[in-house]
Ligand binder design. Structure first.
Ligand SMILES: Cc1ncc(COP(=O)(O)O)c(C=O)c1O
Length: 364
């Protein structure tokens, strides 16, 4: 609809700007130098090693790059393969809602049963009592996501500890979607579940180079999990894609040699978040500044009671600015009158979009 209407598109979660030319040149170099045949099933050793090193630097633990790190075709594949590796028909998976849309099909296609637990209204933090109440003898998996899409909520150490305590004596595993690991704001730090020695034994950490380096179309990501879990994970990965695009793996391995390249992402997005919330403050929408990811939620229930899908459509068609209604992230499509904006766009586009948002009253 955004394309049809030539609207400023702040809906889908992909960056509107290019990648670092250094990275693009590396891809060109490796394709020309003939790195164009199948990569090893688990990923090229150089990239697995660099990723393990990045994990040590940012999360304080060093995964075994041979047995605990697998390169896959995007976090979506990592999530699907991890769920498939663990879940058997009839077993339950706890999903915290609102949730990214690939979780439910990954569970149901494996014959599993999603059990939804709503995040707290307002700030989208986790209600650990509710999570505890949702656990049954059939619970085999919990699927979590921090920094969170769509809310931007970032887990604290207390959240991580709560999850560890909750599954301590249970045979429950965790799929941790950490694709926005390098995008947190206001001094907050992303805490990978892998950094918790106990949780690390039961967790598949799923990440995305596409999200980190503004190249979502490359569909390249990874999974870090303990040796036994990685062995099961690879059995699935082997028959989904077998291996992941070779020249890009070589390019990323070389690119990751300079830590500044992933550490600087944080400042880059902090500026975008600041610019976007400053402008949003001049509109009639209500919001709390996002603390992570490249999404900003805003509510309009104090202005109008029209449905969130309807307002998103009107904004796209009449104001020419596209956003996403939050009801689509809920299994029961509940409508809390909240919309999501993606601010991973050029500043000029963000400013133009914000300008159009000032006319919101016209469509309510
Ligand atoms: C929370 C979350 N997980 C996973 C993905 C997909 O990552 P990838 O493109 O690496 O498959 C997205 C993309 O929007 C996402 O928002």
């Amino acid at each position: 609809m955004a394309t049809e209407e030539r609207a400023i598109n702040l809906s889908q979660g992909f960056p509107g700007f290019g990648a670092d030319p250094v990275l693009l040149d590396l891809v060109a170099k490796y394709t020309r130098e003939g790195f164009n045949q199948y990569a090893p099933m688990s990923g090229i050793p150089q990239l697995r090693e660099r990723l393990a090193e990045k994990t040590r630097r940012t999360q304080g633990y060093l995964p075994n790059s041979e047995t605990e790190v697998t390169i896959v075709s995007g976090a979506t594949e990592a999530i699907f393969a991890a769920v498939t590796a663990i879940l058997r028909a009839g077993e339950e998976t706890i999903v915290l809602e609102p949730a990214y849309d690939s979780y439910e099909p990954a569970i149901t296609l494996n014959g599993g049963i999603p059990v939804y637990v709503p995040l707290n209204a307002g700030n989208f933090s986790v209600d650990w009592e509710k999570v505890k109440d949702a656990i049954t003898p059939k619970t085999r998996l919990i699927l979590v996501n921090s920094p969170h899409n769509p809310s931007g909520f970032v887990w604290s150490q207390a959240d991580v500890d709560q999850l560890a305590a909750l599954i301590r004596h249970r045979e429950i595993y965790v799929v941790s979607d950490e694709v926005y690991e390098h995008i947190t704001f206001d001094g907050l730090k992303h805490i990978s579940l892998g950094s918790h020695p106990e949780l690390r034994q039961k967790t598949f950490v799923c990440g995305s180079f596409g999200k980190t380096f503004h190249v979502t179309g490359w569909k390249i990501g990874y999974c870090i999990a303990p040796t036994e879990l990685t062995a099961e994970f690879r059995k699935v990965h082997q028959y989904i894609t077998f291996s992941t695009v070779t020249p890009i793996q070589y390019a990323l391995a070389e690119y990751l040699e300079v830590p500044e390249r992933y550490l600087s992402i944080l400042d880059f997005y902090q500026k975008k978040r600041d610019l976007f919330v400053k402008g949003l403050g001049e509109t009639d929408l209500r919001f709390t500044p996002s603390t992570g990811s490249f999404f900003q939620l805003a509510s309009y229930g104090h202005l109008s009671q029209i449905g969130d899908r309807e307002i998103a459509e009107k904004m796209t068609r009449k104001l020419k600015i596209a956003c996403i209604p939050i009801s689509v992230f809920y299994s029961d499509k509940r409508d809390d009158k909240i919309i999501r904006f993606c601010f991973a766009k050029d500043d000029a586009e963000l400013l133009e979009g914000l300008d159009r948002l000032k006319n919101l009253a016209e469509i309510l």
